[in-house]
Structure formats: C-alpha cells, structure tokens
Design a binder for this molecule. Sequence first.
Ligand SMILES: [Zn+2]
Ligand SMILES: [Zn+2]
Length: 345
Amino acid sequence: MNYFSGIIDLPWWGYGIVVLILTHISIASVTIFLHRHQAHRALDLSPSISHFFRFWLWFATGMVTKEWVAVHRKHHAKCEKEGDPHSPHVHGLRKVFWEGAELYRQQSKAPQTLERYGHLTPDDWIEKNIYSKHSAKGVALMLIISVILFGPIGLTMWAIQMLWIPVMAAGVINGVGHYWGYRNFETPDESKNILPWGIIIGGEELHNNHHAYPTSAKLSSTWYEFDIGWMYIRILEILGLANVKHIPSTLILDEQKKTCDEKTVVALIEHRYYFIHELRRAMDSDSQNLFTQDLLKEIQSVWEDKNAKIENLAEKLESWCKKVKCLQVASLDVFAQKLRMSVLK
Ligand SMILES: [Zn+2]
Ligand SMILES: [Zn+2]
C-alpha cells in the first residue's frame, strides 16, 4: 500500500461524488436537525437519529447546537431590524454574503444571545464534555480520517466541506434568501424563495415560505416547489424515526359559504401572509385608489388584535367585505368572495 495515495483509490470524479455526499449530509443535518427540529420544534426526532445529526455536525462542521439555534431564533425575532444577526438590509448584502460566517461567529459568542434564545437545546454529558467543550476537535478528526482514507487529496476534500456551510447557509440563505428571488407570501420581512427546487441547500432555498410558516416542518408550498428536506423527514417518519408536529393546514374554498364566520377568521389568521399577497395582487391589477392602504390596515387588525373575541372578528371581516363591494372594483370583489368561502380543511 502506498501511504500517500490513501487507503481508497478512486477516479477523479469519484472524489467529487464523495464530497457531494458528505456536504449533503451536513446540509441535511443543518436543515432537519438544527433548523426545523431544534430552532423551531416543527418535528420530533428519535434519540438515535437525533444523536447521529449531533455527532455529524460536530464531526463535519464544528457548529454548536445552542449557538446556532440562538442566533437563528434571534434572526426571526428581530428580522430585518436592528439586532438581526445577519440581515442584508441591516448589514449590506456584500457583508452578509462574504462575511456571513464571521457575523455568525460574533453573535454565537454573545452570552446574552445564548441565554435569551438558546433554551431547550441539548445539555447532556456529551454536549458539555465533548461537543461544546471541544467543538473544533471533530473537524480536526475529520481531517485526519480524510487524509488517511484518500491521501493528499483528502485535504482538499476536507477544505471544501469546511467552506460549504459558511458559503451555502451563512452566505446564500442569510444573504440572498433576503434579497433575490420570488415571494409567495407577503411577510413583513424581505425573505425570498431563491429557487423553487430546494435540493442543494436541503429545501432552505424556499426561505420566503419559511418566514410565512416558521414552525412548519415542510418548506414547499405550491405544486411546482420541491423541498428535499421534507422528503427526508417523511422517509424518517415512515421508518418511525421522526414525528412531524406542525405543517400549515390546507386552505379550501367552500362554495356554499356566503358570509365570513369564525372558520373564515381561523383560515385568515393561519394563512395571513398568503391573503395579503393575494390582496395586494388584486389591488395592483385594476385599482390604485386611496382606500387600499386603509383596507390593508383593517384586515391586518384582525390578527393583530389578540384580545378580540372570534365572533367579533368574524363580524369585522364581513363588514370589511361589504365595504370592498361598495368600491365596485372587480378584482377586489373577487378577493372578498374568495375570503368568505375560505376554510381550513
Ligand atoms: Zn430569514
Ligand atoms: Zn427559521
């Protein structure tokens, strides 16, 4: 055996495939374990699979669960405002894209951030004594194994993996995901869906959908969108290794329904960013009148008023629809009719 060529000898493209598989496992660990399971509690994972992800993140990325979760929850809490750890609208796209990992590192070392947002993350013996305490030793071990297995090219393979998460997650999602792409939902932030097919970054490409339904385990929302992370979660669920706790309810139109009732209010609140998106489209198509901003504010007040009784909200919504009818704008009238028929399946 020639030591310098490593234990495993592959054609050049074979090394590329190995790197792609290993980086993909890291991406899956970030999106399924860190993001959907730990930060948002959208699904439960069995102890075995959960531990596999924890080990892999230590071994292949050096990231500490509590730190990642705290920085991410802070992003949702302060989104696009001062205090958002990585908004391109606060820090500039260039900085978030090229120095995203550094922005993350600064925040992850801030004790206030960890205390305020890092709750309910792993705190067992192995976390305290190995994963958190020796967070850099996993990637060092990976480097040694990589060189033993593949020889000198193992160093390059390892370096690509070390760059993959900072570039893809910190740079592309945190930067581009709040800058370029399309929107299905009129969320109060600038989040965008970068691509409708979420494969390379595990489904995280669908970032506008995620901000619309942050506690959902599924990130795709229309028939042409694909979320590979969701596919893995469904496979894990079929194998009995995961349990999905939340995905958005399906919105349907009940043709018999002619007025807004409590069911309409429930549907509107769950899918509020979809409705605002539709309302804005209805406004753009053939009305530019002075009432539109007031109409938006009025419909927003339905979910902003936390103390109102649901029956009063239904009445408010019905009078909103009547007011829209008086405006005699066809596209707004269609919107109001659809709203009246909307219910959750
Ligand atoms: Zn975001
Ligand atoms: Zn999130």
